[in-house]
Design a protein around this ligand. Structure first.
Ligand code: ACO
Length: 160
């Protein structure tokens, strides 16, 4: 039997390479919004057979916390466990580097993402009321709901 083994790896995105905005735009609405954090972020990409199919970008918040500002998997590879692998990588990387907390934010309407983050041990931390209505010019609808509030979740890296 011939089994084609897909070669997957997560690697640090090197400065100077072209940013895969097509992926980043799956998790954020505009390039303008992405550009506010992406250039101060540490970025990891998920490669499958040499093609970038996933990404996450982390920003230093203070001496004890990192925040995942953007995480995305290409549409044709979603639901295969890549998002969980990227989150596991981010958690382990932040833990090894001695950070206390890893944060991640998403909208009030992102039900599946909220499920995934809680499954990975993130707990609700803050509600940024009207974040989307204040920061984006256009009204954004997701899952039939207007995006208004940002829900910030946090994983305590010191507790199991
Ligand atoms: N599609 C499929 N499953 C999803 C999705 C989704 N859009 N979102 C969450 N899930 C749930 C599933 O129920 C599944 O749980 P299960 O294993 O118990 O069945 C699990 O989470 C899916 O896990 P993965 O397969 O590892 O997730 P995936 O590789 O699809 O990555 C991600 C999840 C990153 C949310 C991806 O679907 C995606 O890129 N979505 C569009 C962009 C996005 O919304 N990004 C997050 C915005 S918030 C931020 O960037 C900080």
């Amino acid at each position: 039997m011939n089994v084609i083994q897909k070669k997957d790896k997560i690697k640090l995105f090197k400065e100077g390479q072209e940013l895969p905005y097509h992926l980043l735009l799956l998790a954020d609405e505009t390039i303008e919004a992405i550009d506010k954090y992406i250039h101060q972020s540490e970025i990891y990409i998920y490669e499958r057979d040499g093609e970038t199919v996933g990404i996450y970008a982390c920003q230093l918040m203070d001496g004890e916390s990192l925040e995942i500002k953007n995480i995305a998997v290409s549409e044709d590879c979603q639901g295969e466990g890549i998002g969980q692998k990227l989150l596991t990588h981010a958690i382990s990387n932040a833990t090894k580097r001695g950070f206390k907390f890893l944060l991640i934010g998403t909208s009030n309407a992102a039900f599946r993402q909220l499920y995934l983050y809680q499954k990975m041990g993130f707990r609700f931390y803050k509600v940024l009321t009207d974040f989307f209505t204040k920061n984006y010019q256009q009204e954004i609808i997701e899952n039939g709901l207007v995006l208004n509030d940002m829900l910030l979740l946090r994983k305590n890296l010191l507790s199991k």
